[in-house]
Design a protein around this ligand. Structure first.
Ligand code: FE2
Length: 351
């Protein structure tokens, strides 16, 4: 299986995954032979890329961290919580139970795959939808927490906090949230209210553990105290909030936003590592740098000698030097260990 950006898809390619729309409904199933119409429709929906099955990638195996059906139910549940929050009070305890069940299922998957490096591309079918972003932040935060060997209850709570972290935005003018421009000072102040608004809403409406609500309150705080809303720093900040902060920035920067194109995972990791100890907790950064795949398995890359290859396997702690499979000869190169590959570098990632 390998990953192909939607603008490189060709008729008759065979889908290697189920595709869901932005509300979690299945659109196309695995093994579908793509037609021109299918490809145009995927582009229209904003699907960034899909896994396909073909002869040259048949030995490349993609390990899914969280079952797609769980991710999609999470998106639906978060969507429903966001939209019902402004309407009349529905059955709050049922809403609460529903999200609890989904978080529990997500925790199971995260723990089952604790040894797997994090191939984040699977979380990147869609960009720019608040609900997808929220779910991705929750999953990524859960993965980081698991890699930091936190307890199961903390992993649970950080996933929950991730799903709900931007809930306060429902109280902010929607035009501000998607404004493709710099905000004025007043607008910025109003935008910066969202962690507190979210915290207050969650505290009053639900009975989640208090650290879930507090992590939501602190998700824009910086490790050095330069964040908002309370300028807390270091140990004043919940561990879970420091993880949430990094997961939020990672997902936001690798996504297309009204005001920026997506950055590559390598660029985002460079940013995060460069701000370790300032914006981000160094312990969180260290885990991310070791465990998040900068060159996700299944992606096509270009080498410094002009050859193209597909990423086959990542190695913990050596995220820049995966094992790759050349597209022309199908030969494998372990960029970490093969002596003759010492001078080869990856110069481009097709995403
Ligand atoms: Fe936020």
């Amino acid at each position: 299986m390998r990953y192909i950006p939607t603008n490189h898809l060709k008729k008759n390619m065979v889908l290697g995954q189920d595709i869901y729309d932005a509300t979690g409904m299945m659109l196309l199933s695995t093994h579908t032979i793509l037609s021109e119409e299918n490809i145009s429709y995927l582009a229209f929906l904003g699907v960034k890329g899909v896994y396909i099955d073909d002869a040259c990638s048949k030995t490349i195996e993609i390990k899914t961290l969280v079952r797609p059906e769980i991710e999609n139910t999470a998106v639906q549940a978060v969507h429903d919580m966001f939209t019902s929050a402004l309407g009349e009070q529905l059955d709050v305890s049922e809403e609460e139970r529903r999200i609890q069940r989904i978080v529990e299922e997500t925790v199971k998957d995260v723990l089952k795959n604790e040894q797997v490096m994090c191939n984040l591309i699977e979380l990147k079918t869609y960009d720019g939808y608040t609900y997808f972003h929220s779910v991705h932040v929750g999953i990524l935060a859960g993965i980081i927490a698991a890699k930091m060997h936190l307890g199961e209850d903390e992993i649970h709570d950080v996933i929950m906090a991730g799903f709900l972290h931007d809930m306060g935005k429902i109280f902010i003018d929607a035009d501000l949230i998607n404004a493709p421009r710099r905000l004025t000072e007043d607008e910025r102040v109003s935008m910066m209210e969202h962690p507190r608004r979210g915290y207050e809403f969650l505290t009053h409406r639900f009975h989640f553990p208090s650290r879930v609500n507090r992590a939501v309150l602190e998700h824009h705080e910086w490790y050095n105290g330069m964040g908002y809303p309370e300028h807390k720093r270091e140990n004043q900040l919940l561990n879970l909030a420091r993880i949430l902060k990094a997961a939020d920035v990672y997902d936001a920067m690798t996504s297309k936003r009204p005001y920026h194109q997506p950055y590559l995972p390598s660029e985002v990791m460079e940013y995060i590592m460069g701000r370790s100890g300032m914006e981000f907790d160094p312990r969180v950064v260290e885990v991310m740098a070791r465990e998040l795949c900068i060159y996700p398995v299944g992606c096509e890359i270009e080498l410094s000698n002009g050859k193209r290859a597909i990423v086959k396997e990542n190695h913990k702690g050596y995220v820049l030097r995966p094992t790759i499979q050349l597209l022309d000869t199908e030969n494998l190169i372990d960029l970490r260990a093969d002596r003759e590959a010492r001078n080869l570098t990856i110069v481009k990632l097709m995403m």
